[in-house]
Design a protein around this ligand. Structure first.
Ligand code: NAD
Length: 262
């Protein structure tokens, strides 16, 4: 199926690896020009080169910077001739006990996982509406639907973003102008972040990483972790020309892990 995206421009934040990269790859595969960002230059440039070589027909621009800062966002926006598609993403906060977190840690989590996406939505959404096409996908977490105690910073910041999006996506001046805003909620995906979390969990429990990973996989109905390519494909689908009537939704991608009917 042709997703009707050829020639569009996408800003994909935090995309040198993992889920952000998966989204950039899937969009480039649909003929979308991409601006990708990350803090580390080496990995970002290597990813940009790989994307360009796999999809020579599209433009691939790399912008080094921290998307949680005003400067990082300004640089990313300046590099993108026009943002038709915005994929909001940033690293997730560290796990821990809320008794140990001070105001600075909360503000950092809010900056990265709530306020940065809101600022980028603010900067792009009215231009999208004026042009009659816009797709925004926020990478959040399954923890928004089923909170994980030790990820309190993530639960809190991402729930704030989710509440904001639920309201703004339903503005008639956006939804009525073919601008959609949705959240993609990853369960367990095989990325560096998951591998680090598994390693930390194994060290804490005094177990081997393979053992901990096998237990985690066995607890998921799909019996495996998701891949960044699968995640990217769903992101591209949400960005498709055909998905204009799908907005304000939270889409869980977790191999059936969430046990509820809805
Ligand atoms: P990852 O560590 O594999 O990749 C993160 C990417 O973001 C890297 O390219 C990194 O350079 C970039 N990055 C991080 N902070 C940034 C910042 N402030 N500015 C610019 N770039 C930044 O992580 P991932 O697994 O792809 O996770 C992506 C998001 O999804 C995270 O917020 C994570 O918490 C969330 N998530 C992941 C999973 C999972 O299983 N992988 C599950 C739930 C939620």
């Amino acid at each position: 199926m042709d997703l009707g995206l050829k020639g569009r421009w996408a800003l994909v934040c935090a995309a040198s690896k993992g889920l952000g990269r998966g989204c950039a790859e899937a969009l480039a595969g649909e003929g979308v020009n991409v601006v990708i960002t990350a803090r580390g230059e080496g990995e970002l440039l290597a990813t940009a080169a790989a994307l360009k070589s796999a999809h020579p027909q599209v433009e691939v621009l790399a912008v080094v910077g921290d998307i949680a800062t005003p400067e990082g966002r300004a640089a990313a926006l300046a590099a993108c001739p026009q943002v038709d598609i915005l994929v909001n993403n940033a690293g997730g906060p560290q796990p821990g006990d809320f008794r140990d977190w001070d105001r600075a840690q909360w503000i950092a989590a809010l900056d990265a996982n709530m306020l940065a996406p809101i600022e980028l939505i603010k900067a792009t959404v009215d231009g999208m509406a004026a042009r009659g096409f816009g797709r925004i996908v926020n990478i959040t977490s399954g923890a928004v639907k089923a909170p994980i105690d030790v990820l309190g910073l993530s639960n809190g910041a991402r729930s704030g973003l989710t509440g904001f999006v639920a309201g703004v996506a339903r503005q008639p001046r956006l939804a009525g102008a073919n601008v959609t805003i949705n959240n993609l909620l990853p369960g367990a995906f095989d990325t560096d972040r998951l591998r680090k979390t598994l390693a930390a969990g194994a060290a804490k429990a005094g177990l081997g990483v393979d053992e901990v990973a096998a237990k985690r996989r066995a607890a998921i109905p799909a019996q495996r972790f998701g891949t960044a390519a699968e995640f990217g494909a769903i992101c591209a689908m949400l960005c498709s020309a055909q998905a204009g009537y799908l907005t304000g939704q939270n889409i869980l991608l977790d191999g059936g892990n969430y046990p509820g009917t809805f």
